[in-house]
Design a protein around this ligand. Structure first.
Ligand code: PBG
Length: 336
């Protein structure tokens, strides 16, 4: 008994709590940092002018026309948030996504307006996909049986990317998951002289239920079937490394894992293996969960969001695309 008491007094040489004693010490030894410079804010863009629409499924996020987008981005820039991911929602939808391929279409117009207003102060990422502008809601062209055709879709995706590059996007970001699209887009950009336009590839994009609010916002839910024939199976981990190797070989400048929160293992794998920076997409469903939890009084928005964002960084992501950025910047949650 006496021996035990002595151990309690003297024996505990290892006390990890010493490094948790004060806030200043904790900050000094924190293994992970997060700054506004690492966040990319997602925006939904509408045709027309003077339009702002709330999105029920995404509290705090709106769809807006280009004039409103310019004002929102100006505020973000003043607050230290410098990167946007654009999702254009053209009014016209058809089987071939013509609106997305239009050089004078909504995405190129939005990109050009942002570039004109903010020059190189703003980093513009543009989502390259067909689903917001197809009447069937799939991310590629369909054959007579309703199957998504890979190679024909890739050619159209390259056209979409080229229109965005011409308008001044810094990064074109294919989110369709067709095989070979990164290489095809790189070749199309280079052939047109856009050697400086970079590609952020949605590399490990899973067929996830967490995209629900986005599809609601974009009106892009598939009219029939689902996306499992092209997006990755959530049960797979190793396969992400195969996609990573292919995208890097095809010329991706940044690679991305999506969603983020349920795929931290995949982020860690990609961070360990990737020769290029790794982004993670903290998707609409993940964002909405935080908003709804906060609304129900189950947690505080800022604390929940920051814990999630730091977890994504801890897993190894260099940058994070998502929806918390504007709020974080406006309310000073994070350093610049
Ligand atoms: C388009 C696209 C989607 C998202 C980004 N680009 C939807 C989908 O694949 O169904 C989801 C983003 C989010 O949920 O925040 N293919």
């Amino acid at each position: 008994m006496k021996e035990l008491d002595q151990r309690a007094d003297l024996g505990l040489t290892q006390r990890p709590r010493r490094l948790r004693r004060t806030s200043a010490i904790r900050d000094l030894v924190a293994e992970t940092g997060l700054s506004l410079r690492q966040l990319v804010q997602g925006h939904f863009v509408l045709e027309g002018a003077g339009r702002t629409e709330a999105i029920d499924a995404l509290p705090g996020i709106v769809r807006r026309s280009v004039d409103g987008l310019l004002r929102a981005v100006e505020t973000d820039l003043e607050n230290g948030l410098r990167a946007v991911m654009l999702f254009a929602l053209p009014a016209h939808k058809d089987a071939e996504a013509s609106a997305a391929r239009d050089e004078l279409g909504l995405a190129p117009r939005a990109i050009a307006a942002l570039r004109k207003a903010f020059g190189s102060d703003l980093v513009i990422f543009a989502d390259v996909c067909m689903c917001p502008s197809t009447d069937h809601g799939h991310c590629g062209l369909l054959d007579a049986d309703g199957e998504v055709r890979n190679d024909a879709s890739v050619a159209l995706l390259a056209e979409i990317a080229l229109a965005q590059a011409r308008a001044g996007a810094d990064f074109v970001c294919p989110s369709d998951m067709m095989d070979g699209r990164v290489g095809a887009i790189r070749a199309a950009l280079d052939a047109a002289g856009h050697t400086g336009t970079a590609i952020l590839a949605y590399t490990a994009k899973y067929a996830s239920a967490f995209y629900g609010p986005f599809r609601h916002a974009a009106g892009s839910a598939p009219a029939h079937g689902d996306r499992r024939g092209y997006q990755m199976d959530p049960r797979n981990r190793r396969e992400a490394l195969r996609e990573l190797a292919l995208d890097v070989q095809e010329g991706a400048d940044l690679v991305m894992v999506k969603p983020a929160l349920a795929y931290l293992d995949v982020i860690a794998d990609c961070a360990a293996a990737s020769p290029v920076p790794v982004a993670a997409y903290n998707v609409s469903g993940e964002y909405a969960m935080v908003q709804l939890a906060a609304r129900e009084g189950l947690g505080e928005e800022r604390a929940l969001a920051l814990e999630i964002l730091h977890s994504i960084r801890r897993a190894g992501a260099d940058l994070i695309v998502g929806y918390h950025g504007s709020r974080a910047a406006a309310e000073g949650w994070l350093p610049r």
